[in-house]
Design a protein around this ligand. Structure first.
Ligand code: FO1
Length: 355
């Protein structure tokens, strides 16, 4: 499946925020804020760091056991024989309070002994796997090799990390995001199709993109519990993740988008685009390159068939009417989750929006 069918600007956190520890408060520290959304059965659609941060906010304002996170697996890859699931791991590490806040991926206080030795041997070291992070990939790979589906392994890891949020890979089947480049790079001439992490990490998402495809999506079955969770949710929240390469793979799994369309009134999204840019990663650039408007209005237009409410940042206040002209209710609020408190505040905003 190819999505869309036709066919960064900000640099991240301020220095003071970077030096802080993991993003998610540990369970014992949670006070659930001033309001408790006890009756919500919440489903979130997730990519990597933006989703992880919103989840870290949501677990402060609603019981984690009432949250199901459906997570992108299009970024997954096999490297050194290991199955790596970056978005599942970013969400897991963040909810476990062990995320690396500087990078937005991997584990806090990481060491790199294995990678350093691998580089000395001339092995592939462009995709950095820290020593602690490697334990996750070793465990996952061994369990998959023994026949456990990805959803089961994900639940095992979450339980051992003391995470009460239910984490569901969108599918247990192989679904891989592929990127066709529109310019010559070290990986080939214009028109070359590469794996997602080749585009994202190896080329630092600097190459122009012609198309994005989700290999394996057409034959993929939704993971166990995915469609039921969407059907039974009292609220569905689309996290501020890349609409093309994080949310796109979720929609590409047969059955997911029709279920979202059927529950549209219950779906609220947080725009990952703020003032025409993404906080991290190539979302704005990718949208432009694929012919979409890289603004909150473009996000509203893209999501309108299955999203009823879009939360946009205060900086885009002037575009609220244009968002509503796309047929999407617009809520204006601070959306930059530079601290756990701000993430909790955004969590409250989103829950109020879907209540
Ligand atoms: N991102 C990078 O920019 N460079 C890396 O070396 C890198 C390694 C890595 C290892 C494990 C993991 O779970 C994620 C990793 N990421 C790395 C992040 C990842 O490529 C992307 O952030 C996501 O796929 C996009 O959501």
């Amino acid at each position: 499946m190819v999505w869309p069918s036709s066919g960064m600007v900000r640099t991240g956190m301020a220095e003071a925020e970077r030096s802080k520890g993991p993003f998610s408060p540990r369970t014992a520290d949670r006070g659930y804020g001033h309001r408790f959304y006890a009756r919500l059965v919440l489903v979130t659609l997730c990519g990597g760091v933006g989703a992880a941060r919103l989840l870290a906010g949501l677990v402060q304002v609603t019981p984690p056991r009432d949250i199901t996170a459906i997570v992108n697996v299009g970024d997954d890859m096999t490297l050194h024989g290991l199955h790596i699931s970056p978005d599942l791991d970013t969400v897991t590490y963040t909810l476990a309070g062990m995320d690396n806040r500087e990078t937005g991926w991997g584990v806090a206080g990481e060491t790199w002994t294995v990678m350093e030795e691998l580089a000395r041997l001339g092995g592939e070291s462009w995709f950095k796997l820290g020593d602690r992070d490697l334990a996750t990939h070793l465990f996952r790979t061994e369990r998959l090799r023994a026949g456990a589906p990805l959803s089961v392994v994900t639940a095992e890891v979450a339980a051992r990390r003391d995470i009460a949020v239910r984490l569901l890979p969108v599918t247990d089947d192989p679904l891989r995001t592929r990127v066709t480049l529109d310019e010559a790079t070290e990986l080939g001439p214009a028109g070359t199709e590469v794996a997602f992490q080749d585009y994202f990490v190896r080329l630092q998402h600097q190459a122009t993109v012609r198309a994005v495809a989700f290999a394996g999506a057409d034959g993929a079955k939704p993971g166990p519990g995915v469609l039921d969770a969407l059907r039974e949710a009292s609220a569905i929240v689309v996290c501020p993740s890349n609409p093309i390469v994080s949310i796109g793979p979720l929609l590409a799994v047969p059955g997911v988008q029709p279920e979202l369309e059927a529950r549209r009134d219950r779906v609220a999204a947080v725009s990952p685009i703020i003032a025409g840019s993404a906080l991290k990663g190539p979302a704005a650039r990718l949208m432009s390159e694929l012919g979409l408007e890289a603004t909150v209005v473009g996000v509203a237009r893209l999501y309108a068939p299955w999203v009823a409410t879009l939360v946009i940042d205060e900086r885009d206040r002037d575009l609220a009417d244009a968002v509503e002209a796309e047929g999407v209710r617009c809520v204006v609020a601070p959306t930059i989750m530079s601290t756990p408190e701000k993430a909790a505040a955004l969590g409250r905003t989103v829950l109020d929006a879907v209540e």
